[in-house]
Design a protein around this ligand. Structure first.
Ligand code: ADP
Length: 727
């Protein structure tokens, strides 16, 4: 192990090991088969890469995806490790070069695709070259019980006989017992050392929200991560296209990715994401397997995933560098039906029952109110250490159960009944909150006994409760327009025989406090310097045509911006800086650091172990400081100052027209504007004012009728706001 530690420092610049890495490496060194189960980002690759450098001979690594292999090999070379890959995407000349290097025994690590390895005679050829170990990456692909079964991986059962006497090591992030047993059986591992790490990814902050306005909700999360990388998963390709279009229109650097796009477009999107020209990838689950990007700061599921294994895998793509990252799941009750349909269409008879069960489990997670970390761990058969994870919406206290859920649910269900089960959730919420919406008033629904019953609550919250009731089967949704229906369970609720659970957001408080200082990864980091170094890293990555994280991970940049070394020696102390990287980059990075410190008067050569930590800036803390909704409002106000129309402003700030109208009404009141031009013509305003003088302003619908089509409801509201301002 001492040699391993030396190798880790020299090539990777790492001083410590992550949990179970030591045990996993010991297994490799002692030549005993092993199965290592660590969550995504747990550091599985190092478990075989570091011992490969210490053991005599060549380590053979089987990996399922070409892009993944390429990344790993590029990263290893960048760290000064003699590594290569062999797969069908290479030209015959390139393949010959690799084979020559193997024969010359110049290589320490060779990545191969399963089909290439199993090609006639190739394993025999390798055997003659003194193979030190065989590692199978993403080993769950051999199992039908895994979430990503690949038939070509089944051939790997032949490895045992192809490499007699060589230890086999399997690595996966999928933790269910069934998959584990299956991997051992399929790969014929001999009394393997089984190492199962904790599946808790404490740096991931989980939250679940009902989907009410998907674009708005996704934007809210993205706005907390401006300039950072994020992935948004959708269930269907059509959703991907539409969401990506809307985000692009609203000014986000976003791109779509799904299996229906031409290879060329997919590759372009993926490369742009990796090179950070694109910040947000909107994708189906087709995206991600081959992505090793370590600094993804948010993974948003715009629809429910297919299983908790999928969720763990997909959300796990956030924060692989161990720094804080956010995983938000937005779900609507319709998601379950969409998945049911897809499962029925796509799964084998054998697979259907398993898939439906997994779907039920993930649906229970989404509508549950236990700590998210605890719930995910429990699914994988593990317990959370300690009372609270301090990193999910439930433990932050972002959510609370409402006390009077039965009464609220009864009001909602009664309203669905009064509306004769002919309207969707959005309209029903409008009626319940007493909306003066044109459609509601036009239908005369302001006369219903349930009109305005929940006017003390926001429409968003009521809309959310309707979704929660649908999720618990109290309400059903019918047809293309998702018309609300009362189910049998709904009738029991009406009779008070059953009480559903309803959640509400808790009163806002400073979440930075809740998160605590311990896990904080921004301690002492100068954000401005970090951003400068990020630009430099990007330029180098562009020149070398490699992903940015192959130059340096975010963790390394943060450590540079924390220590601010002014010499190559100091630079070597930075985590993630090994010899090869120090040789290549010390000069440019140190120069940039020194210059930034001089211009901005920052202290240099800081030893973080000696310095008291300044006030923390956690992901959550940063969230509190970042402008979100208020930013849109401010932008809108600026445009109103210039006299832009509601539609123009809505377009420019990327908010729905309704919302912008609300901004305008508030703007008129706050500025006490007594005339509504240019939003309402002066002559029309005079007519409205005259009617208001006669009938009052409490019933805009009467004004609308009197004007007989000469004004819209919006114009009347704007006029009323000005009349009130003038009073
Ligand atoms: P996995 O394959 O388990 O998802 P990786 O092997 O890709 O995880 O490792 C995730 C990240 O953590 C990589 O950037 C890797 O370099 C880094 N890493 C792994 N082990 C360590 C360690 N002991 N110290 C610091 N960083 C590490």
């Amino acid at each position: 192990m001492r040699r391993i530690e030396a190798v880790l420092r020299k090539h990777w610049g790492y001083a410590t090991l992550r949990p179970l890495q030591r045990e996993a490496m010991e297994s490799v060194l002692s030549g005993r088969d092993s199965l290592v189960v660590l969550p995504t980002g747990g550091g599985k690759s190092l478990c075989f890469q570091a011992p490969a450098l210490v053991l005599p001979g060549l380590a053979v690594v089987v990996s399922p995806l070409l892009s993944l292999m390429k990344d790993q090999v590029d990263a290893l070379r960048e760290c000064g490790v003699a590594a290569a890959r062999l797969d069908s995407s290479q030209t015959p000349d390139e393949q010959d070069d690799v084979i020559d290097a193997v024969t010359r025994r110049d290589l320490k690590i060779l990545y191969v695709s399963p089909e290439r390895l199993m090609m006639n005679g190739f394993a025999r050829f390798l055997r003659q070259q003194a193979v030190s170990l065989v590692a199978v990456d993403e080993a769950h692909c051999v199992s039908m019980w895994g979430h990503d079964f690949r038939p070509e991986y089944r051939q790997l059962g032949l490895l045992r006989d192809a490499f007699p006497g060589v230890a086999l090591h399997a690595y996966t992030a999928t933790a269910t017992q069934q998959v584990r047993d299956d991997i051992v059986a399929q790969l014929k591992l001999a009394q393997p050392r089984v190492l199962v790490g904790s599946f808790d990814r404490s740096n991931l902050i989980y939250s679940v929200e009902r989907r009410t306005d998907v674009v708005e909700q996704v934007r809210e999360v993205l706005d907390r991560h401006q300039g950072e990388s994020a992935i948004v998963y959708c269930i269907r390709r059509a959703d991907v296209d539409s969401l990506a279009d809307k985000l692009v229109a609203a000014g986000y650097k976003a791109a779509a990715y799904h299996a229906g796009l031409p290879d060329e477009a997919r590759k372009r999107a993926q490369d742009a994401f990796i090179r950070e020209e694109v910040e947000v990838i909107v994708a189906t689950v087709a995206f991600g397997m081959g992505i090793d990007k370590s600094n993804v700061r948010a993974v948003i599921h715009a629809g429910m995933p297919k299983s908790l294994e999928h969720y763990q895998q997909e959300s796990g793509r956030a924060g692989r560098d161990g720094l804080d990252a956010e995983c938000v799941l937005l779900f609507g009750s319709g998601d379950v039906s969409v998945w049911r349909y897809i499962i029925e269409q796509s799964e084998s008879e054998e697979g259907k029952a398993i898939a439906h069960q997994k779907l039920a489990d993930v649906a229970a997670y989404a509508s549950g109110v236990v700590c998210r970390h605890r719930a995910i761990l429990k699914y994988f058969g593990q317990e959370l250490a300690g009372e609270s994870c301090n990193a999910c919406d439930v433990c932050f206290g972002d959510l609370e159960l409402v006390d009077d859920a039965l009464v609220l649910a009864q009001k909602i269900v009664s309203c669905v009944y009064r509306l004769e089960e002919r309207y969707g959730g959005d309209y029903t919420a409008s009626v319940l909150t007493g909306s003066r919406d044109e459609r509601v008033l036009g239908n005369g629904h302001e006369r219903l006994s349930t009109y305005g019953l929940l006017e003390d609550y926001s429409k968003k919250l009521v809309r959310d409760w309707i979704e929660q009731l649908a999720g618990q089967g109290v309400l059903g949704k019918d047809g293309e327009y998702a018309v609300l229906k009362i189910t049998e369970k709904g009738r029991r609720v009406l009779r008070g025989k059953e009480t559903p659970r309803l959640l509400k957001p808790a009163a806002p408080r400073d979440k930075a406090d809740a998160r605590g200082v311990a896990a904080d990864s921004w301690d002492g980091v100068d954000r401005g310097l970090f951003d400068t170094l990020r630009v430099l890293r990007r330029r180098i990555a562009d020149e070398k045509k490699v992903p940015t994280y192959i130059v340096f991970h975010d963790a390394a940049l943060r450590d540079m911006a924390r220590r601010r070394p002014s010499s190559p020696e100091g630079f070597r102390e930075v985590t993630g800086v090994g010899e090869a990287k120090a040789r290549q980059y010390a000069d440019v990075f140190v120069a940039a650091i020194v210059e930034a410190c001089e211009t901005r008067g920052l202290e240099r050569d800081v030893d973080p172990t000696l310095k008291p930590a300044p006030k923390p800036q956690t992901a959550r803390g940063r969230k509190a400081q970042k402008p979100t909704v208020d930013l849109a409002r401010q932008m809108a106000y600026g445009r109103f100052d210039r006299g832009e129309s509601v539609a123009q402003v809505a377009d420019a700030v990327g908010k729905p027209v309704d919302r912008v109208l609300e901004y305008l009404l508030a703007y008129l009141r706050e500025k006490k504007l007594a005339t509504p031009e240019p939003w309402v013509e002066a002559s029309l305003f005079e007519r409205i004012r005259e009617i208001v003088a006669r009938v009052g302003m409490a019933r805009p619908i009467s004004i609308l009728r009197e004007l007989d089509g000469a004004a819209t409801f919006d114009e009347i509201q704007i006029a009323i706001a000005c009349i009130q301002s003038g009073e």
